[in-house]
Design a protein around this ligand. Structure first.
Ligand code: DX5
Ligand code: ZN
Length: 220
């Protein structure tokens, strides 16, 4: 069964306590924390995401799935170590070479946290094959990073299929997560392509009945 990581990016502060409670009772598998630094992507969500993560840690034992959309991966990894996430995912495009990527992988793992690598829509998936033996998850962006509420780019599911075939062929133990534009109407296509985890933002948090939407998402 596919796991759901609920993106809390578009949840407003006024409603946050109620929405977090609803997501928890709807049994989200993870809370997805979108950390944007205003450089790697235009928006800056760092302060809000630290505040939300600290609050979630106090009220819930549901694991945090941190997605760093930042240039300075090390600094923001350090900042989020304090909320003991289950996994930290960074963008391969944020680092200048293979050595820098391997250094960050080691840094996150040495902190006792799982590590994921994310690829933007225009990055060929083959570019990260060399890192797969060292990481726990690949996050395939199904929209351009930066904003919630965009539409899924259908070609990205071909990328997922290619990655899944490579993982199976090489007997690797690694999860595939997709992020952006996933909703009840298209999650089956992503599951058929080979995903393990789907990030769902507005497709879940703007629904009238999150528990029911969660059930429908997980039925795939
Ligand atoms: C986009 C973020 C996503 C996004 C998902 O940059 O990484 O996590 O908030 O939101 P939806 O599901 O609304 O596309
Ligand atoms: Zn995300």
């Amino acid at each position: 069964m596919v796991e759901i990581s609920a993106s809390i990016l578009t949840i407003e502060k006024e409603n946050s306590i109620k929405k977090f409670y609803e997501l928890e009772t709807a049994k989200t598998d993870y809370f997805h924390i979108d950390v944007m630094d205003g450089k790697f992507v235009p928006k800056n969500t760092t302060a809000q995401m630290i505040e939300y993560s600290e609050y979630l840690k106090q009220i819930s034992s549901i694991p945090l799935d941190v997605h760093l959309m930042v240039e300075d991966v090390k600094t923001w990894t350090l900042a989020f170590l304090g909320v003991s996430p289950n996994i930290i995912t960074f963008h391969v495009e944020a680092l200048k070479n293979e050595e820098a990527v391997m250094e960050v992988i080691k840094f996150i793992k040495d902190s006792g946290i799982k590590v994921g690598i994310s690829v933007k829509p225009n990055t060929p998936i083959e570019e990260i094959y060399k890192y797969l033996p060292y990481i726990h998850m690949v996050l395939v962006m199904t929209v351009e990073p930066g904003l919630g509420g965009q539409s899924l780019i259908p070609e990205m599911l071909e990328k997922v299929k290619k990655l899944k075939q490579h993982i199976t062929k090489n007997n690797l133990e690694i999860d595939i997560e997709v992020d952006g534009g996933i909703k009840v109407s298209n999650i089956k296509d992503a599951v058929d392509a080979g995903i393990d985890i789907a990030v769902v933002g507005t497709g879940l948090t703007s629904s009238e009945n999150m528990a029911e939407t969660m059930k429908q998402l997980k039925s795939n």
